[in-house]
Write a protein that binds this ligand. Structure first.
Ligand SMILES: Nc1ncnc2c1ncn2[C@@H]1O[C@H](COP(=O)(O)OP(=O)(O)OP(=O)(O)O)[C@@H](O)[C@H]1O
Ligand SMILES: [Zn+2]
Length: 723
C-alpha cells in the first residue's frame, strides 16, 4: 500500500497538502518536489499517514525526494509545529522560515565540512622567493599554510579577509574544505573569574543534564560574557554544541573574534549579513554537529543542533528578538521551549532584564544568578541629572554637558553623546505662518536630513526635497526644531574644532561592511566624540569611553505604550553602562525637562532593579502583561469605513468566548501610515490556555469574513509593540 504524504508548502494557507508517495521513500522532515497548481514546488513532509481525508484516487503523486535524511528532525520539527500553533501562523511558512534561503528550493545540500584554504605550489614558490615581503599580512598568511590547510575563519582572524582574497586572486592559495572540525587552536586565556562569576557559571554547569532555565542578571560591565565563555567551555568539553543568540547589532566581527579566540574553536555565525551559501553552510554545520559553537541573531533559534548542550540568550530584553512580521515569534521564548524539549540548560543574560523574565524569576520558574559588581577594577558610573528648564541650550546641549565634554577631552578620553533620533531635526517649521513639513501618507512630521537636503518620513520612507521657501506662505523663515544626531554631530564639530567626531546611526551605517568597519574602529579611541542612537547603546565595550551624555529622554516618559517605562529604563541604563568600563571612572549626564518624573526618580535612586519592581507592581495592578496574556489583531485598509466594518465583524465573530476579553476595534496609536488607515482589536486573557483555545476558531471565522481579502490584517501573539 502506498503511503500518503502530508506536505507543508511555503504558502499563506492554514492547511497541509496530501500526496501519494512516489517511488522513493520520503522521511518526515525531508524536502520533496510536488506538483502544486500549474507548477512544481518544494515542500516538507510533515507526516506519513495511511489514509487521506480526500479522495485518494485524485491525489497527485509526489515527485523527487530531495533529502535522504530529514532536514528538520525530531525535536526541532516538534517545536516548529508547536510554534505554528502558538503564534497562529501557517506551518508551511514556519517550517520554511527555519530553513536557510538556499535550502528552500530544490538545491542540493552544499558539501559538509568547513571552508578552508591551502597553499598552492605557486604560493609555496612565491613564499620561497619572498615575493610577498616578510612581515606583510599576505606573507604571514602563506606561512601559516605551510603546515597544511586552515579554516577560512582562522585565516581571516590571522591576516584579514583582504589578504586572503588577494592570495586567492594571485593563485597562491586555493579553496578547499576541511572534513572534520578544524584542529582546535590554542584558546587564549581571559581574566580569572571573580567569585560571583564563578558561582554563576558553576550553577549552570552544575545543573547537570536536563532542562534548567537561568536569568543571569548582571550589571553593565560585570563580565557576563566571561560567564558565558566558562559555560560554553564546559559544554564543548563534554562534546556538546552551544547556541548563543545575540541582538542584531552585537554580532560584529569583534564579537565573533572574541569567542573564536577565547575558545579556540570555529564559530558558525548565522545572521542576515551573510551570503546565502555561507549561511546554508553554517546551518548545516550546526545540523550535522560539526560546529561546536553556533552564534547568531534571532532566526538562529530555529537552527537544528545534532548534539545540543546549552542555549545562551545575551541581552535577553532586546526588542530585536521579536520578529515583527510574518511568523511573529519571540526568539527568547522559543529558546526556552527548545531547551525544555532538548533537556538542556538555557541562560538568559542582561543588565536590564525584561519584566517577563523577572516575573518568571518571581514565580520561581527561572533561577536567578546575579553579578552585582563590575568586573576587574571598573566602578559603576556616577549619574548626574541636568534640569533643562530655563537653561540656554546650544543645539540641545546644556552648558554643564558641554563643560563636562571639554574636561573629558582634555583628559584624552572618549565621549558618547546619545540621542535616539537620527537626521538633523525632527521638525521643519515656518516661523511666519506655522506650517510644518508633514508626511502626506502618515500625517506625522517629516525629519529634516540637512546634508542630503531631504525631508524624510521615518515611518513609511516617503521623502521629498527641502523646500527653499515655505510652501504655504512663501516666507523664508523655515526653522529646524529640535535636534537629531546629524545636528549634534555638526554642533559638536563646531564647538570642538579639530576633535574627530563620529556619528553612528542607521544613516551612517548603511550596508554591513560599513557598519562593521565603523563599529570595529570605535574601541581604538581615534574618534574622540561619538554621537549615536541606540545602535551605540548596547553591548559595546569601549575602554576609553568615560563620559556619556544622554541628550533627551523626555519623549520616552510620555509615550502611550505600556512598555515605554521599561524601555526607557533599559535604554538609559544600557547607554550609561558604556561609561567607565575599564580603569578610569565613568560618569553620565542625563538631560531632561522633567527631573522630578517618578520613573526617573526611581531609576536614579534605586537603579534598574528598583524601577523594574515598581513597573512590575504597576503591571500587576493594571492587569497588563506579563500578568495577563495579549494577542493583537492589526488591520489596515485604504478606506476607513471598510476597515471599520471588517474589524466590527471580526469582533462580532468572537461570540461569547470564555476566559478572554476583546477590546476594540481601537484606532492604532498611529492611525494612518503610508496612506492606509489602521486599527486593531486587542484580545486579553488571564491565562495562556483560554487564549490559545480561543484564537484558532476565531481566526478561522475572521478568514471567512466577506471583507477579508480587501483588508491587510495579521495576528500577533504576545505583541511587544501595540502600534
Ligand atoms: N573577572 C574579570 N576580571 C577582570 N576583568 C574582567 C573580568 N570579567 C570581565 N572582565 C572585563 O570586564 C569588561 C566587561 O565585560 P563584559 O563585556 O563581559 O561585560 P557585560 O556584563 O557583558 O557587560 P554589558 O552588559 O554592559 O555588555 C570586559 O572588558 C572584560 O574583559
Ligand atoms: Zn510617512
Amino acid at each position: 500500500m502506498t503511503s500518503i504524504l502530508r506536505v507543508a508548502l511555503p504558502v499563506p494557507l492554514h492547511t497541509l497538502f496530501d500526496y501519494r508517495e512516489g517511488a522513493a521513500r520520503a522521511a518526515v522532515g525531508s524536502r520533496v518536489r510536488v506538483p502544486f497548481g500549474r507548477r512544481e514546488r518544494v515542500g516538507i513532509v510533515t507526516e506519513r499517514v495511511d489514509a487521506s481525508t480526500l479522495d485518494e484516487a485524485r491525489l497527485k503523486v509526489a515527485g523527487e525526494v530531495l533529502d535522504e535524511a530529514p532536514l528538520l528532525g525530531g525535536e526541532l520539527l516538534a517545536t516548529l509545529r508547536w510554534a505554528a500553533r502558538y503564534y497562529q501562523h501557517p506551518l508551511g511558512e514556519v517550517l520554511f522560515a527555519a530553513l536557510p534561503t538556499s535550502l528552500r528550493n530544490a538545491r542540493a545540500l552544499p558539501p559538509g565540512g568547513i571552508a578552508a584554504a591551502e597553499l598552492t605550489p605557486a604560493g609555496a614558490a612565491a613564499l620561497a622567493a619572498a615575493t610577498p615581503r616578510r612581515g606583510t599580512r599576505i606573507a604571514s598568511l602563506l606561512e601559516a599554510l605551510v603546515a597544511g590547510p586552515l579554516a577560512t575563519t582562522r585565516l581571516d582572524a590571522l591576516a584579514g579577509a583582504a589578504a586572503r582574497r588577494n592570495a586567492l586572486a594571485r593563485g597562491w592559495i586555493a579553496r578547499c574544505r576541511l572534513a572534520t572540525p578544524a584542529q582546535a587552536a590554542a584558546a587564549s586565556a581571559g581574566p580569572p573569574l571573580n567569585d560571583a562569576q564563578r558561582e554563576a557559571a558553576q550553577a549552570v554547569i552544575g545543573a547537570g543534564g536536563g532542562f534548567a532555565p537561568f536569568l543571569l542578571d548582571g550589571v553593565t560591565g560585570s563580565g557576563k560574557t566571561e560567564v558565558y565563555l566558562e559555560i560554553i567551555r564546559d559544554c564543548l568539553a563534554r562534546g556538546r554544541q552551544a547556541l548563543v543568540l545575540v541582538p542584531e547589532i552585537a554580532l560584529t566581527p569583534q564579537a565573533l573574534r572574541r569567542f573564536r579566540e577565547r575558545l579556540g574553536v570555529d564559530v558558525a555565525a548565522l545572521h542576515s549579513g551573510l551570503g546565502e551559501v555561507e549561511r546554508a553552510r553554517a546551518w548545516l554545520a550546526a545540523a550535522r554537529g560539526e560546529a561546536p559553537l553556533v552564534l547568531g541573531t534571532r532566526s538562529a533559534v530555529l537552527v537544528p543542533l545534532a548534539r545540543p548542550g546549552v542555549i545562551i540568550v545575551d541581552e535577553e530584553h532586546d526588542g530585536s528578538y521579536k520578529q515583527q512580521e510574518g511568523f511573529r515569534y519571540h526568539a527568547r521564548d522559543l529558546a526556552l521551549v527548545r531547551a525544555k524539549a532538548l533537556g538542556i540548560p538555557v541562560v538568559l543574560g542582561s543588565a536590564t532584564p525584561s519584566l517577563e523574565s523577572l516575573a518568571n524569576v518571581e514565580a520561581k520558574r527561572y533561577r536567578l544568578l546575579r553579578l552585582d559588581q563590575r568586573a576587574g577594577r571598573a566602578r559603576p558610573p556616577t549619574l548626574q541629572v541636568v534640569d533643562l528648564r530655563r537653561q540656554r541650550l546650544q543645539h540641545g546641549l546644556a552648558r554643564t554637558a558641554l563643560e563636562a565634554i571639554a574636561a573629558c577631552l582634555a583628559r584624552d578620553e572618549q565621549v558618547l553623546v546619545f540621542r535616539n533620533r537620527r537626521g538633523y531635526a525632527p521638525v521643519l517649521l515656518c516661523h511666519d505662518c506655522g506650517w510644518s513639513a508633514r508626511c502626506p501618507d502618515c500625517e506625522r512630521a517629516l525629519t529634516l536630513h540637512k546634508r542630503e537636503g531631504r525631508l524624510r518620513c521615518h515611518h513609511c520612507g516617503h521623502e521629498e526635497r527641502v523646500p527653499a521657501a515655505c510652501p504655504s506662505c512663501s516666507g523664508l523663515a523655515l526653522h529646524a526644531l529640535g535636534e537629531g544626531t546629524e545636528r549634534l554631530e555638526d554642533a559638536l564639530g563646531a564647538q570642538f574644532p579639530g576633535v574627530p567626531v563620529v556619528r553612528v546611526d542607521r544613516d551612517t551605517t548603511r550596508g554591513r561592511r560599513l557598519r562593521d568597519a565603523l563599529l570595529d574602529s570605535l574601541p581604538e579611541g581615534g574618534a574622540r566624540i561619538l554621537v549615536g542612537t541606540q545602535m551605540l547603546a548596547k553591548g559595546h565595550d569601549l575602554p576609553h569611553l568615560t563620559l556619556v551624555v544622554v541628550v533627551g529622554v523626555d519623549e520616552g516618559l510620555y509615550s502611550v505604550d505600556f512598555r515605554a517605562g521599561e524601555r526607557l529604563g533599559q535604554l538609559v541604563v544600557q547607554v550609561a553602562g558604556r561609561a567607565g568600563r575599564a580603569d578610569r571612572p565613568g560618569s553620565v549626564i542625563l538631560q531632561t525637562h522633567d527631573p522630578a518624573h517618578p520613573l526617573l526618580e526611581v531609576l536614579l535612586n534605586g537603579g534598574y532593579r528598583a524601577l523594574a519592581s515598581r513597573l512590575l507592581q504597576e503591571r500587576r495592578d493594571a492587569g497588563l502583561p506579563p500578568f495577563v496574556q495579549f494577542a493583537l489583531l492589526r488591520a489596515e485598509a485604504p478606506q476607513q469605513d471598510l476597515l471599520d466594518r471588517f474589524l466590527r465583524a471580526a469582533a462580532a465573530a468572537a461570540g461569547r468566548a470564555s476566559g478572554v476579553n476583546l477590546h476594540g476595534p481601537l484606532a492604532a496609536p498611529m492611525p494612518r501610515r503610508a496612506g492606509a488607515w489602521r486599527a486593531q482589536i486587542l484580545v486579553e486573557a488571564g491565562e495562556r490556555a483560554p487564549l490559545q483555545a480561543f484564537l484558532p476558531a476565531w481566526l478561522d471565522a475572521v478568514r471567512a469574513l466577506p471583507d477579508e481579502r480587501r483588508v491587510r490584517w495579521s495576528i500577533d501573539v504576545d505583541p511587544v509593540d501595540l502600534y
